[in-house]
Design a protein around this ligand. Structure first.
Ligand code: DX5
Ligand code: ZN
Length: 218
């Protein structure tokens, strides 16, 4: 059976009671915690940075899945490791020397992911597929939560899954943006391993139960 990992995005959490929401995630079946870092340049929004992650780190033993929507991410790789990031994902569109960036992430002791915007072709990761642990396919245009899932993403997911399987790699496929209880089963069937979910989890009546449903949906 394929890997199934749920990584709730705390961009949709209640920042006034962030510790409570982290504790809820600790008690839930979510395996990772997704943290969206936005710089207001790569995306038209500003979220949070080092102080927020340094505040979250001691509250949970679960892996922090840090998604960098920032320009020139090479500047801060060692600093993200210091804050306690476990998985560090950079946007391919923001990296001039992607192979070197992935080497630097691994040298800093983190798992390396590369995110592709909806319009960015899979060929952007073809040459470095052996050097990364995860490909994040954005299924919305990055910068905001609670957006609608871009339907033609399914075809891109299937092509990426075929590319990875053809090369016998263990690379994880993560999708991010507009994931719901209605499209989760089809996402797994298309070959996804890791579901990021923000609004679906934190806007639901019972977030822990929603996470359970996302993990077990058939
Ligand atoms: C958007 C972020 C996503 C977002 C997901 O740029 O990368 O992680 O928070 O939120 P939902 O699941 O609500 O679309
Ligand atoms: Zn994200």
């Amino acid at each position: 059976m394929m890997t199934r990992i749920i990584s709730p995005s705390i961009l949709a959490a209640d920042f006034g009671h962030l510790a409570d929401d982290i504790n809820m995630l600790n008690d839930s079946e979510a395996q990772w915690i997704h943290i969206d870092v936005m710089d207001g340049v790569f995306v038209p929004n500003i979220s949070f940075g080092f102080p927020a992650i340094e505040a979250v780190r001691p509250l949970t033993a679960k892996p922090l899945d840090v998604h960098l929507m920032i320009v020139d991410p090479d500047r801060y790789i060692a600093r993200w490791a210091e804050t306690g990031a476990d998985v560090l994902t950079v946007q391919a569109e923001a990296c001039v020397h992607l192979h070197r960036t992935l080497q630097t992430i691994h040298a800093a002791g983190m798992r390396a992911g590369v995110a592709l915007n909806p319009a960015t072709p899979l060929s952007a990761v073809e040459e470095v597929l052996d050097d990364l642990d995860m490909v994040l396919l954005m299924t919305v245009n990055p910068g905001f939560g609670a957006q609608k899932f871009i339907l033609h993403s399914f075809d891109k997911i299937r092509r990426l899954r075929a590319m990875i399987d053809r090369r016998g790699l263990q690379t994880l496929i993560q999708v991010d943006g507009g994931v719901t209880l209605d499209n989760a089963a089809e996402l797994y069937a298309a070959g996804v391993d890791v579901l990021v979910a923000g609004n679906t989890v934190f806007a639901s009546e019972n977030p822990a139960e929603t996470i359970h449903k996302l993990l077990t949906v058939r």
